[in-house]
Design a protein around this ligand. Structure first.
Ligand SMILES: Cc1cc2nc3c(=O)[nH]c(=O)nc-3n(C[C@H](O)[C@H](O)[C@H](O)COP(=O)(O)O)c2cc1C
Length: 189
């Protein structure tokens, strides 16, 4: 089967949920963010915004705000997480990129997903682990969470569609083989 560097990078990428303390360098972070901005986006409008947080205290505070919002949820799973002392939605990664967009367009979330995947792949190509983090997407309209993310640079007219945790994997776990699920592809000739 034909392969190349890009296809190998796509094939071997997987989500990392355990990080060591090594911070992602400014240079690598910049490259990853740039990769996000090169993603396809509806009508080429590029209305998205990327807020990269590398401050451990601010990330802990963000996690606390998200948990506080979860305690108010009607969803029992979220409520439980909200009260769980050890719960950290971003797995203590040293960097978190918040990806937001104007909710005006029906494709706003898709733009963000394309950008996040570009950043996932860019990070992997640099030996940096990444994981999509959804919890801020669920809670960004909570007034206290909103106030806090505004202070982190998320535009007030934006909705958070996802976040990307970044850092170095704590351990090099063996690569889980990804098998193509049966019946999800068909080709018409
Ligand atoms: C829309 C979306 C939301 C996700 N949210 C989370 C999340 O909140 N926490 C998490 O650990 N992983 C999250 N993931 C990662 C998926 O669990 C992961 O991509 C999937 O299990 C496939 O594994 P892989 O990324 O290693 O290929 C999310 C992925 C997507 C695309």
């Amino acid at each position: 089967m034909k392969t190349n560097e890009i296809l190998e990078n796509i094939r071997t990428r997987h989500s990392i949920r355990s990080y060591n303390e090594k911070q992602v360098s400014k240079e690598d972070l910049q490259m990853i963010l740039e990769a996000g901005t090169y993603a396809p986006n509806g009508m080429g409008l590029r209305t998205w915004h990327f807020s990269a947080i590398q401050n451990a205290q601010k990330l802990e505070e963000l996690n606390e705000q998200i948990k506080r919002a979860f305690t108010k949820s009607n969803n029992s799973f979220e409520k439980e997480r909200g009260h769980d002392q050890s719960y950290c939605c971003y797995y203590h990664a040293p960097t978190l990129i918040i990806v937001s967009n104007e909710p005006t367009y029906w494709w706003s979330g898709m733009d963000c997903a394309c950008a996040i995947e570009n950043m996932y792949l860019a990070a992997h190509s640099l030996g940096i682990g990444a994981c999509w983090i959804n919890q801020l997407g669920i809670t960004s309209n909570d007034p206290e969470v909103r106030k806090f993310i505004s202070s982190l640079g998320v535009p007030d007219n934006h909705r958070v569609y996802g976040c990307l945790a970044l850092g170095y994997a704590k351990e090099n776990l063996p690569l889980k083989e990804k098998k193509i699920k049966e019946g999800i592809i068909n080709i018409v000739e």
